[in-house]
Design a protein around this ligand. Structure first.
Ligand code: FE
Length: 347
């Protein structure tokens, strides 16, 4: 039942193992080993001019989210100028090059096993300061140099705001993406299953101070939380954890968890792998045309969640761990999930 044996862990900002490479600092947030061979997550803090030679990945899709500073993302026929809050997705086999162009940039990279955590760990090992690195990597690293890559300039400033369907490279500017509303929280799909062959989902969650969500676990997917703005509390197997920007929590299958937004405005990025939790968001939330937080809360369609309970990889444990529900509400919620689990297990 359990798809990986990697334990849950918290990685606070500044507490990651880091590798240096040619003036950049790579923070290893989730390595392939730590994630049970599901995902790799790093941040790259780089000076202006930092870049790798043009390359492609033949096994994994890669996404990047600019945390600060500015980058150029070179694709075969187009170049994008990315700034803080912008997102890019590069499917496997697409040649690309990324260059930091501000004095200091910081970017969050997510991919499958063999991505940047593996790459930079190996490169740092082999780096000879007096030589240009030859990029010698083992077959554990999914990295292939692309000769005669032609960069096209000028870079495009008008980034798209919508998420296209299918396996293709794309960028989404800050505030863009596919928005869904649940109560006072905005959920934004930056990548759905059809953008990553089901390997991972990238979902932004933002909202005002609120209550904790019901405590739950998943059996078939890992959920990772990376805080972008504000403060939040996570409950990890019942233990409350205060989280601030740059903090990361890895909650693998079977880990009981919940979260609560604690600041007037909090934003976090959710990385879910594999991407099979997508139908949950479509069941609970409602499509929403704007990127601003709503003045009036929208519905939370628990009726649809309960109807599909057996198919969603969602398992209820208990009402919100911050005791924000009164006894009547808590009893009703517990009974609803109990009934849904009975009904779905009979089918
Ligand atoms: Fe969850």
């Amino acid at each position: 039942m359990k798809n990986n044996l990697s334990p849950a862990y918290l990685r606070q900002a500044g507490q990651s193992l880091t590798v240096p490479f040619r003036g950049a600092q790579i923070d290893l947030i989730a390595t392939r080993g730590q994630s049970g061979e599901l995902i790799e997550i790093v941040t790259v803090s780089a000076p202006a001019g930092f870049k790798l030679p043009a390359h492609r990945h033949t096994r994994t899709h890669k996404s990047l989210f600019v945390l600060s500073g500015e980058l150029l993302l070179f694709l075969p026929d187009k170049t994008y100028h990315l700034k803080e809050g912008d997102f890019g997705l590069i499917p496997k086999n697409v040649a690309h090059q990324i260059e930091s162009i501000s004095p200091a940039s910081k970017t969050l990279y997510v991919s499958g096993p063999g991505g940047y955590a593996s790459l930079f760990t190996e490169l740092a090992q082999y780096e000879q300061p007096e030589n240009e690195p030859a990029y010698p990597v083992s077959e554990n690293v999914d990295f292939e140099l692309v000769e005669d890559f032609q960069a096209s300039l000028p870079a495009e400033e008008n980034l798209s705001v919508v998420r296209p369907d299918g396996l293709q490279p794309y960028v989404i500017r800050k505030g863009g993406g596919e928005h869904l509303l649940v109560e006072d929280q905005l959920q934004t799909f930056l990548a759905r299953q059809n953008n990553t062959e089901g390997r991972f989902l990238v979902v932004l969650t933002e909202g005002p101070k609120g209550n904790a969500v019901i405590q739950h676990y998943h059996k078939r997917h890992t959920e990772c939380f990376f805080v972008l703005e504000g403060n939040m509390t996570m409950w990890n197997d019942g233990q409350p954890i205060a989280m601030k920007p740059g903090d990361f929590l890895h909650a693998p299958a079977l880990t009981k968890h919940s979260y609560r937004l604690d600041s007037p405005y909090t934003k976090f990025i959710g990385l879910l792998t594999p991407g099979l939790f997508e139908p949950f968001f479509d069941a609970l939330c409602t499509p929403y045309p704007n990127h601003d937080l709503p003045e009036k809360p929208g519905p939370a369609r628990f009726d649809r969640v309960l109807k599909k309970y057996g198919e969603l990889d969602l398992y209820f444990v208990s009402p919100p761990p911050d005791k924000s529900m009164n006894i009547l509400q808590a009893t009703l919620v517990t009974f609803s999930f109990w009934l849904a689990s009975k009904l779905t297990s009979k089918e």
